[in-house]
Design a protein around this ligand. Sequence first.
Ligand SMILES: [Zn+2]
Length: 426
Amino acid sequence: MTLPDRLRQEIAARRADLIALTQDLIRIPTRNPPGENYREICDYLDRRLRASGFTTELIRATAAPGDSDRHPRWNIVARREGARPGACVHFNSHIDVVEVGHGWSVDPFSGAVIDGKIYGRGACDMKGGLAASIIAAEAFVATCPDYAGAIEISGTADEESGGFGGVAYLAERGYFSPGRVDHVIIPEPLGKDRICLGHRGVWWAEIETHGEIAHGSMPFLGDCAVRHMGAVIARMEEQLFPALAARRTEMPVVPEGARQSTLNINSIHGGEPEQDADYTGLPSPCVPDRCRMVIDRRFLIEEDIGAVETEIRDLLEALRQGRPGFDYTIRELHRVLPTMTERDAPVVGAVARAVDQVFGHAADYVVSPGTYDQKHIDRIGRLKNCIAYGPGILDLAHKPDEYVGIDDMEHSARVMALALAELLGV
Ligand SMILES: [Zn+2]
């Protein structure tokens, strides 16, 4: 029997285990924020992976953002050495999930199986991917016990809130450095036959316009900060949004609408604070003297982050020159540079050949519109040989009735196992 056939059989024989593993992971609610049950899920993975011959390390990201005694940021890194020296392939999955939200027709933490799909918060993003990588590794080890190098599997905290208590923390301590790790696959739900090479960049900022408070019956005695912010938005509509839409990228970003620069206005707050829902009185008549807007600018590998920032500052400066009374401050909140792994990187080639083998057609290369933990592996770990590849439909992430297809997980596990075979010298 050929190696691909043996791996296919080994993985097919583990189908019930794959389902149960995914359900178990979903049933540990790891909502973030605040970051619940990280220790519980790490303990679960610890038992599982030690039973499969991995040595494990539980690492708390002490004093990382979000870490507290009530909500400690636990991570697990598991490693299984091969029979002889060689490369290390690392599967990194985040263990946190986002809030549930409304609109579910099933219990989001039950792991219900309906029509070949497992439902639950985190099913596709990304406990299904984590389970597929574990099954892939176990099936591979059973089939090819004499492999070279090492396999690592990590479960890391806080990806949904920036990854500072997870991959960033580990990367700063050398866990993703070349020398320890050679190839990284992040099983995010990009689709079973797509290889995600990287992501666009991020620049978040808070803009505040300044005015002067006065009685609302005599607004001419004050200066309305909300109207000034209205002028900012009008200028964005006239100039900035059309300019961003015209800026196309060579990055294969999906969905198609994100294959350009974008800007979202995340929030605007101006005037007196909103009262609690149980407040029954009227608001007071005041001219707002402050208005704050948070913007989320996503940029392309062809753009320079300095130019991204300058473009916004220039727009505000032009208003200060031309609009009476206009004054503002701007503050950067967050920045992430775009990243894109080369198509001829070894991990890309191995996964591409495995996709071809399993599905009988070439892999699609994509880039994610939003960032994920690859940013830390690239910037802190200085490891470029990294992709996202995993089962699940990206559009379902963070939605109600999130699910992952069981067949998709099985097929992805076959791709992962074949990639291991190629990269670990079998
Ligand atoms: Zn994710």
